[in-house]
Design a protein around this ligand. Structure first.
Ligand code: HEM
Length: 433
């Protein structure tokens, strides 16, 4: 049940997860055949906060590179080699080089520019949606979808008119288990730059049986790679003040630079990691407020509560539910004997509701202090975009709450079919000015 992506169409099975967590910190999960994919070897699911931290803090023993970081194994050795070129799927010391170059590229000046831009974008989105005395909107589509794209386009130096390409790409990658997203093609060539038009000539089409090529291979995303390549060339010729231009100019400890291939993979990672996560985190936070009208009122009365509230809404929703590692040696974890080569999957959705760490974990407490949630991971791969994600959440909800006196459901939300991202596809909301 916890493995089947279809389970999540009805929401996260928190009760079952809590039952498993109370029995053992680590449980074995069979990888049954689902959605037309064959059965897999199965995996250890790590449910408690302490054990999740213990796995993520030991990259030599629990590797991100050995089998990459998704539950399902890459289809072929070539596909595994391909995803290993991304920082997310590297181990120390290789990981440290790219991570250091990238961290250095988020200069104080670049970050403060991004923050200003995020606040402007949040204001413009809310100006568009919240007009008049009240109304209905789809919070997921009309409010939440655009902000991460606008912010990401600023980070990557992607011209704003091309930003819906990022939407389609991350839909294809993250939503490959969901028929609504797997062949996403919202962006039209006529709206974009010549770079976008050139890249779109390579956009794959669904085959006769509706299948798209595997988006976790280079062949599955030729349009993204073509675009990233053109963008890197353009930025090497005419650097801007965006993070990716700064990155391309960086020199590493051996005097080398980020190669175009490395840049392309970094672009892929950002396009996906920086978009889908927030596109689900923002409506997820909105659901937290719809379910807890008192929290809405408290935040309207005292906006200084916002930073703590954002972290609590993130904990309560937990947009990224799992990440995977592979054991490089036999070991013991939470009283279980793990064999070399076993898949070890950490559950953030479970660890963030571990009653040993969070009092009344199912309750949204916007004053929760401390709040050691694991929404952004832990250890060497801790999310590079955590600061930008929090800035976007704070900016958007500051605007939304300042313009509304109430937010209520206008219909049932619809959720993404995925065991990885806790996704919201539609969230009908009624608001009063
Ligand atoms: C609410 C929003 C977000 C959530 C929940 C989230 C979650 C995560 C998690 C759990 C990881 C750790 C992966 C692992 O341990 O294997 C991660 C890594 C990462 N995230 Fe985020 N993320 C968010 C937003 C962003 C944004 C906005 C960006 C970029 C602008 C971003 C870029 C990255 C990158 C590049 C990594 C890889 C870091 C590394 O391998 O060292 N994320 N994220």
């Amino acid at each position: 049940m916890v493995f089947d992506p279809s389970t999540y169409l009805d929401g996260v099975p928190f009760e079952e997860i809590a039952r498993l967590r109370s029995q053992s910190p680590v449980v074995w999960v069979d990888e049954i055949p689902v959605l037309g994919w064959p059965a897999g070897p199965g995996f250890w699911l790590v449910l408690r906060h302490a054990e999740v931290e213990s796995v993520l803090a030991r990259p030599q023993l629990f590797s991100s590179a050995a089998g990459a970081t998704q539950i399902r194994d890459p289809a072929t050795p070539e596909a595994l080699n391909y995803v290993r070129q991304m920082m997310l799927n590297m181990d120390p010391p290789d990981h440290a080089r790219l991570r250091r170059l990238l961290t250095r590229s988020f200069t104080r000046r670049a970050v403060s520019q991004l923050e200003d831009g995020i606040r402007d974008h949040a204001r413009a989105i809310c100006d568009r949606v919240f007009t008049g005395a009240g109304g209905e909107c789809d919070f997921a589509e009309e409010v939440a979808a655009d902000l991460p794209l606008l912010a990401l386009a600023d980070v990557l130096g992607v011209p704003q008119q091309d930003r819906w390409l990022l939407f389609d790409w991350s839909n294809r990658v993250i939503g490959y288990q969901d028929p609504d997203y797997a062949s996403s093609a919202v962006f039209h060539a006529s709206d974009g730059t010549p770079m976008a038009r050139q890249a779109l000539e390579l956009r794959p089409e669904p085959s006769g049986d509706g299948q798209m090529p595997d988006p976790r291979t280079r062949e599955g995303m030729p349009d993204l790679y073509a675009y990233a390549h053109l963008l890197a060339e353009e930025k090497r010729r005419h650097p801007g003040d965006d993070v990716m231009s700064i990155l391309l100019a960086q020199v590493d400890d051996n005097g080398g630079q980020v190669s175009v291939a490395e840049f392309e993979n970094m672009f892929w990672l950002f396009a996906v990691a920086g978009n889908e996560t927030l596109r689900n985190g923002l409506p997820g936070a909105c659901i937290a407020l719809l379910e807890h009208p008192d929290a809405q009122d408290d935040l309207r009365a005292d906006p200084a509560l916002m930073p703590a509230a954002v972290d609590e809404m993130l904990r309560w929703w937990t947009p990224v539910m799992t990440f995977r590692r592979t054991a490089t040696a036999s070991c013991e974890l939470g009283g279980r004997s793990i064999a070399k080569g076993d898949k070890v999957v950490v559950s953030f959705a479970s660890a963030n509701r571990d009653e040993a760490v969070f009092e009344s974990p199912d309750r949204l407490d916007i004053r929760r202090q401390p709040n050691p949630h694991l929404v952004f991971g832990y250890g060497p791969h801790f999310c590079l975009g955590a600061h930008l994600a929090r800035t976007q959440m704070r900016a958007l909800f500051a605007e939304v709450l300042a313009r509304t006196s109430s937010l209520t459901y206008a219909g049932q939300p619809s959720y993404l079919r995925s065991n990885f991202q806790r996704g919201v596809k539609r969230l009908p909301v009624t608001w009063t000015a």
